[in-house]
Design a protein around this ligand. Structure first.
Ligand code: ATP
Ligand code: MG
Length: 248
């Protein structure tokens, strides 16, 4: 690993400390209030949101360090239920735009409940009940990061609707995310996977971002031995499809 990468990773690594302090402080406030009932319901909701997001920040820091580790050939595969790969990215996305919905998703216990919450936001989740609870052997951090980035783009660039289809095909998990936004012209469909590339039209002028999500997601997908494709036509939305080979 070169010196600059090590220095950057150390900075990221050192972010863990302040995040852990935030988490511990909020936890102690919540515990104290549980005993003394000293916080209002609204204050508790805000603190729960801070706590949930400090956990997300911590897991992002871990993800960044994880990407470094996987560049060094270290993988972290394990077995998790399919729903565990999918729900957290939705919670993270909604925490930014609609925390009440994020809360509802994190409290929802079954697929039908989550489908209904998402449908209220014009997101159609299409997955078999049996696959939803099937155990899959994949690198959960990487899968969540890929899904989070594709979902965040779909949410940013859609006009109204998003369809998320999850299925199995041979020995692959197939994730397909489709939106009904402005789409991406053929000539840019390779470029969008390059670091810092953003389409320079009115679509992006009021939407912040760094042009990093797709480049990072592609690296992660390829690290897992998978592939990612995009199908789109101008003004006809975009469909990103990820195929991930499942381990034994
Ligand atoms: N679903 C989509 N519909 C239309 N254009 C898209 C879509 N997804 C990505 N793009 C285009 O590809 C560019 C690169 O996407 P990428 O996710 O890498 O960056 P970003 O979303 O702009 O910023 P970041 O992900 O770093 O927050 C976007 O800026 C946008 O122009
Ligand atoms: Mg993005």
């Amino acid at each position: 690993m070169n010196k600059d990468r090590i220095k950057t990773e150390l900075l990221v690594h050192d972010l863990k400390n302040p995040i852990a302090v935030i988490e511990a402080s909020v936890n102690s406030l919540i515990r104290k209030s549980d005993r003394e009932n000293s916080l209002t319901e609204r204050q508790m909701r805000v603190l729960s949101r801070v706590l949930r997001n400090s956990k997300i920040a911590m897991s992002l820091v871990n993800d960044i360090l994880e990407v470094g580790r996987s560049c060094e050939g270290i993988f972290n595969k394990d077995t998790f239920k399919c729903c565990e790969y999918i729900t957290l990215p939705f919670i993270e996305i909604f925490d930014l735009i609609d925390p009440e919905t994020a809360e509802k998703i994190s409290c929802s216990e079954n697929l039908a409940g989550i489908m209904e919450i998402l449908a209220d936001h014009n997101i159609r989740l299409n997955i078999d009940e049996s696959l939803w609870s099937e155990e899959l052997f994949l690198d959960i951090r990487k899968v969540r990061q890929v899904l989070r980035n594709l979902l965040s783009n779909a949410v940013k660039f859609r006009k109204n609707k998003i369809n998320l289809d999850i299925s199995l095909d041979d020995m692959n998990l197939v994730i397909s995310i489709m939106d009904d936004g402005k789409g991406i012209e053929k000539e840019y469909q390779e470029k969008i996977f390059e670091q810092y590339f953003q389409l320079g039209d009115e679509r992006n002028c009021c939407i912040r971002g760094h042009g990093l999500g797709l480049a990072g997601a592609l690296v992660l997908v390829e690290d897992m031995g998978g592939m990612m494709t995009v199908e789109s036509e101008k003004d006809k939305g975009a469909r990103f499809t990820v195929r991930l080979p499942l381990g034994e």
